[in-house]
Design a protein around this ligand. Structure first.
Ligand SMILES: Nc1ncnc2c1ncn2[C@@H]1O[C@H](COP(=O)(O)OP(=O)(O)OP(=O)(O)O)[C@@H](O)[C@H]1O
Ligand SMILES: [Mg+2]
Length: 358
């Protein structure tokens, strides 16, 4: 028996976690070195005492009540606790307490192990802080990017558009002066007019791709109609748009949210055209209660979602971040051969992250 006692003590002393054994009255029977170090008392003061006698009163009470809970329920309990360390800074512990029984199954005490998880907790907090900082930075960068796109789009449209219109008028005039419509000069002017028209179309297309003016002027619904129509034209792929949104709801949408919804639908449609080899795409936008629900579904080749995210593909990541930044969520449901659905929930209220930074 004595050998067993020594063996127990040797094992206990080598456990880096705090470990103890108590009787049914919560009196310490055996404690290890880590426990003695944490408690800051001599072993002979601890053995035979209760937690209320060896720990500060608040913690002592908590330890007594968790002991009682284990003794009464007869089952193992696990919980996280915080208390100040020797230097006064908070420390976190992961503690397990369980009943010990004699050969007849009667509970004769409790055994406990408490692991100091402060470093893990601090790393978790640092990681979560750094994630939230990154998210804020991304929100800020995206808002700058969007503002830049809007500015370039307007300048392209207004400045270049005006100059090209002037050029077009000049060519009209030259055409009237060219005389014989069959002459080489008239043919040349006609060719230049076609070139100017094509340039005007290109400027218009590039400006709209950068940031469709319709999104700022007529709102999300009109912008989604423009997006799906140009998607059909460019890809010769049928695309249905279903929007459930009242005028009041549409007016209540801020730029941050309508831009995010527009950009998510745009990226999902680009993906459907680039990767899915689909026959049909459906876009659903439903403003329900306090949320805007989005779903973009294609009937294409689908994908293995666990492999889709990699270092070079940023589309899915960007869509998800846009939803998270507004306090929403985004998920991708897909299986090889069974099409893809991108669904998102964007809360309609609350402060958008980029707004909060201004
Ligand atoms: N609708 C879809 N159908 C089939 N595969 C898809 C679909 N959407 C995405 N994928 C797959 O998931 C991958 C990741 O998509 P993601 O949008 O993140 O990147 P990407 O489109 O390849 O590049 P980009 O960063 O320009 O968007 C794609 O490369 C493609 O293999
Ligand atoms: Mg993509």
């Amino acid at each position: 028996m004595e050998t067993y006692g020594e063996l127990h003590r040797a094992i206990l002393s080598n456990i880096p976690d705090q470990a103890w054994l108590k009787d049914t009255e919560s009196r310490y029977v055996l404690v290890n070195e880590a426990f003695i170090g944490a408690c800051g008392r001599a072993e002979h003061e601890i053995i035979g005492s209760t937690p209320e006698q060896v720990w500060p009163p608040d913690w002592g009470k908590v330890y007594m009540s968790t002991d009682r809970a284990v003794l009464q329920s007869g089952v193992r309990r696990r919980y996280e606790e915080t208390r100040s360390g020797a230097d006064g800074t908070p420390r976190w512990f992961d503690t397990v307490k369980m009943p010990i029984r004699d050969a007849n199954g009667s509970i004769i005490g409790t055994v406990g192990i408490s692991r100091d998880i402060t470093d893990l907790k601090r790393s978790e907090m640092e990681l979560s802080d750094s994630r939230s900082q990154l998210r804020k930075l991304l929100a800020y960068l995206q808002s700058i990017r969007e503002a830049e796109r809007t500015r370039i789009s307007r300048e392209l449209h207004d400045e270049l558009g005006q100059l090209l219109s002037g050029l077009r008028l000049g060519l009209n005039y030259l055409e009237t002066q060219a005389g014989d419509p069959e002459s080489a000069q008239a043919a040349h002017v006609h060719m230049l007019k076609e070139l100017v028209d094509a340039t005007m179309d290109a400027v218009h297309r590039i400006a709209s791709d950068l940031r469709p003016a319709v999104l700022d002027e007529l709102g999300l619904h009109a912008a989604l109609e423009w997006l799906t129509e140009s998607f059909v034209q460019r890809n010769s792929l049928p695309c249905e748009l279903h929007v459930e949104m009242s005028g009041t709801q549409a007016n209540g949408l801020d730029t941050e949210r309508s831009t995010a919804i527009f950009r998510i639908v745009q990226e999902a449609l680009t993906n459907a055209a680039r990767h899915a080899r689909a026959l049909r795409v459906v876009v659903e936008v439903d403003m329900r209660g306090d949320d805007c629900l989005l779903a973009i579904t294609d009937d294409g080749c689908g994908m293995d979602t666990s492999r889709a995210a990699n270092g070079t593909s940023l589309g899915l990541l960007g869509m998800r971040e846009r939803a998270l930044m507004l306090g929403g969520q985004l998920s991708v449901r897909s299986r090889p051969g069974h099409g893809t659905t991108v669904s998102a929930r964007i809360p309609l209220h609350g402060v958008a992250m980029a707004d909060a930074l201004r």
